[in-house]
Design a protein around this ligand. Sequence first.
Ligand code: NI
Length: 204
Amino acid sequence: MNEDPQRLTIPRLVLLGEPSLMRPSDAVDPCEIATDDFRQQLVVLKAAMAHYGGIGIAAPQIGWNARVFCLGLDESERYPDADPIPFSYWINPRIETASETTCWTWEGCLSVPGMRGWIQRPSSVSVSGLDQTGQERWMDLSGFAARVFQHEFDHLDGILYPQRIDQSKYLVSDALISQRELWAPDFPSKGARHTPFGDLSPIG
Ligand code: NI
């Protein structure tokens, strides 16, 4: 298995609007997980996440139609205020329960370049799925990790964050966001105006 990111061919990103990104991905047969091909695809997925500067990436974003994603964050230019998230692979993941409490944050997506969306989702989730060795894993997630998991999970059902937007004004270009200090006081909302990337807000 070739784990040297320098020598891997990084696949191109599949972008918003491409049909393969907008349909549900297939469940992984657990027997496949130990195969060299599958393990190599996991390596490529992680390398693609690093190459494109993401904090999570789902298999359909690199043209792999499988219910697999990975996430992890040491430090990110895209989300400078986010807390670290340990790296993990998720295969055939499930969201077992989601909190009634919700929170808001600016989401971005490698498949939606140049944009951010102000999105509301459950604040915490209990999740399960297989790890890269095929072992079942359960986890309670809160904070930004819960948010990233839910975003990546949506990709496996063909859902991108713009489909989670409450109001069209909550979808904003990166160029506009970089001038946030010039926005009207409550544009596009009170919470959105003041919440840094990687932070969560209890109000919209
Ligand atoms: Ni995404």
